[in-house]
Design a protein around this ligand. Structure first.
Ligand code: ATP
Ligand code: MG
Length: 419
C-alpha cells in the first residue's frame, strides 16, 4: 500500500478525525489487483484537512475535495457526503440540482453511513479503517465482488439522473474488472443515455481517457455501444457503425485492439491516435460531400472538413490542444504519404509525426486493402531499406507511375545588379 496514503491516514487519525481508505483501492485490493490510486475519506472538512497538510490543495466546485500532493503521487481526501434535503428552491450554497435531477453541487457533509449511500456502486462503498484495520461494507460490496456484479446503490434511475457519468462508470468497471452490470442497474441506461449531453465536454474528456486507455478498450467500446452510450460521445461516427462488419466497424475495433495490446505490453499510446481514428471516416465523408455538393477541390474540401469534424466533436468531448494538433497532423500526413518523389520520401521520414501517420496508414491499408495497403507496405519497406535499396525503390516508383524524370531546374533569375 502507498506510504503516502498511510501518512495521510495517520495524520488525520492522530488529529482526532476518522480516516478511511475507500473506493477503487479497497475494491482492487480485494480483487487481488494493484490499486491505481488511493482515495481517503474523513469527517474532517476540506478546511480542516487543509489545516493539517502543507502540501494540500482544495479543488472542485461541484464536488469539493482535498488533494494532498507528494511529488507525482496525489492522495485524494474527501469529506463524508450526506443526503440532500429536498428544498423548494433546489439550490443552496452546498447543494444544487438541475431540472433533470442532476446534482450540480454535491457538498452536503454527513456521516460515514450516509457517505456510503452517496457512493456509486456497492463494490465502491467499502471502507478500510486505519484505527482497527477492519473493512466496513455498508452496501453489500463483498457479495457483489463474489457475484462479479456491478450494482448501483439506491434507485438506479435517480442515481443516473444525479450524475449521468455513473452510466459510463458502470460500463468501465464492468469491462475493466470483467464483471457484469446487474439487470436493475443496466435497465435504465439506454433510456437515459441522452442525458450525457448535459455533461461538460471537459469532464467527458477525462472519462473517455479512462474508458479507452484501461487496457480493455475494445470490451469497453462494445459495452458502450450495447448500452447506447457511444452515440452521445461520438455522434458523427456512430451512424457509420450501424452496419455490422463494415470497414468503419473493423477500423474502430482494430484501433482499440492495437491500443489494448500496446497498453498490456507496456508500450506508449497516445489518445491523439484513437481520436484521429474515431473521426477519420466522418472526415472522409464530409470531404466527399464538400467536393460533390460544394464543388471544392480535394485539398480545400479536406481542410474544411477537418475543421468541421473537429469542431463538431469538441461540442461533446473537449480535446486539448496538445492532442488536437497531432490529430490534425496525422490526418494531413495521410495526403502527403502517397507523394514520394525526389526528396519528399526522405523529408517524410524526418517528420516528427511520421511514425504515427505511418501506423495510421498501415491500419487503413489493412482494413481497405488495394492501393492503400500497397502504399503502406511500400513505406514499411522503405524504412527498412538501406541507402542503395531506397534509391532503387524511388527509381522503380518513377518508372511504374510514369512520373516525369527529374524536373529540369528552372533558371533562377539573377538578382538585378545594384546601380
Ligand atoms: P479507479 O480505479 O478508476 O480509480 P475508483 O472507484 O477509485 O476507480 P474514482 O474516480 O477514483 O474511482 O473515485 C473514487 C470513489 O469515489 C469511487 O470508488 C466511488 O466510491 C466514489 N465516486 C467516484 N465518482 C463517483 C460518482 N460519480 N458518483 C458517486 N460516487 C463516486
Ligand atoms: Mg480511485
Amino acid at each position: 500500500m502507498s506510504e503516502n496514503a498511510l501518512k495521510v491516514l495517520y495524520r488525520l487519525h492522530n488529529s482526532g478525525y476518522q480516516a478511511y481508505l475507500v473506493g477503487g483501492c479497497v475494491r482492487d485490493a480485494l480483487l487481488g489487483k494493484e490499486p491505481k490510486d488511493f482515495d481517503v475519506t474523513t469527517d474532517a472538512t476540506p478546511e480542516q484537512i487543509k489545516g493539517l497538510f502543507r502540501n494540500c490543495r482544495l479543488i472542485g466546485r461541484r464536488f469539493r475535495l482535498a488533494h494532498i500532493v507528494f511529488g507525482r503521487e496525489v492522495i485524494e481526501v474527501a469529506t463524508f457526503r450526506g443526503h440532500h434535503e429536498n428544498n423548494d428552491e433546489g439550490e443552496t450554497k452546498v447543494s444544487k440540482q438541475s431540472d433533470h435531477g442532476q446534482l450540480l453541487r454535491d457538498n452536503v457533509f454527513g456521516s460515514i453511513e450516509e457517505d456510503a449511500q452517496r457512493r456509486d456502486f456497492t463494490i465502491n462503498a467499502m471502507y478500510y479503517n486505519i484505527a482497527d484495520y477492519s473493512i466496513s461494507d455498508f452496501a453489500g460490496g463483498m457479495q457483489a465482488i463474489k457475484n462479479k456484479e456491478i450494482t448501483l446503490i439506491g434507485d438506479p434511475e435517480t442515481r443516473y439522473r444525479e450524475d449521468p457519468v455513473r452510466m459510463l462508470r458502470a460500463v468501465r468497471f464492468a469491462a475493466k474488472l470483467d464483471m457484469h452490470i446487474s439487470p436493475q442497474s443496466g435497465e435504465p441506461i439506454k433510456r437515459l443515455a441522452p442525458l450525457m449531453a448535459n455533461i461538460p465536454p471537459a469532464r467527458l474528456f477525462e472519462e473517455i481517457l479512462k474508458l479507452l486507455l484501461s487496457g480493455q478498450g475494445l470490451a469497453t467500446y462494445k459495452l458502450l455501444s450495447e448500452f447506447h452510450l457511444f452515440e452521445p460521445l461520438f455522434p458523427q461516427l456512430a451512424p457509420l457503425l450501424l452496419q455490422p462488419g463494415s470497414r468503419e466497424n473493423q477500423f474502430v475495433e482494430q484501433v482499440l485492439t492495437n491500443t489494448d495490446n500496446r497498453i498490456n505490453t507496456g508500450q506508449r499510446v497516445t489518445p491523439a491516435f484513437i481520436f484521429a481514428a474515431f473521426m477519420w471516416y466522418p472526415l472522409e465523408e464530409r470531404c466527399q460531400q464538400l467536393m460533390v455538393e460544394g464543388g471544392l477541390n480535394h485539398f480545400d474540401a479536406f481542410n474544411l472538413a477537418l475543421n468541421d469534424v473537429m469542431h463538431r466533436q469538441i461540442q461533446r468531448i473537449m480535446i486539448p490542444k496538445r492532442f488536437s494538433t497531432p490529430i490534425r497532423e496525422i490526418w494531413q500526413l495521410q495526403n502527403r504519404l502517397p507523394k514520394r518523389y525526389g526528396r519528399r520520401a526522405y523529408q517524410m521520414l524526418e517528420h516528427p509525426k511520421f511514425r504515427a501517420a505511418y501506423d495510421f496508414l498501415l491500419l487503413r491499408g489493412q482494413i481497405e486493402g488495394g492501393d492503400l495497403l500497397e502504399l503502406a507496405e511500400w513505406w514499411t519497406d522503405f524504412q527498412e531499406a538501406d541507402e542503395e535499396q531506397r534509391k532503387t525503390m524511388l527509381e522503380v516508383l518513377r518508372e511504374k507511375e510514369g512520373a516525369p524524370a527529374r524536373r529540369p531546374r528552372r533558371n533562377r533569375k539573377k538578382p538585378k545588379p545594384k546601380v
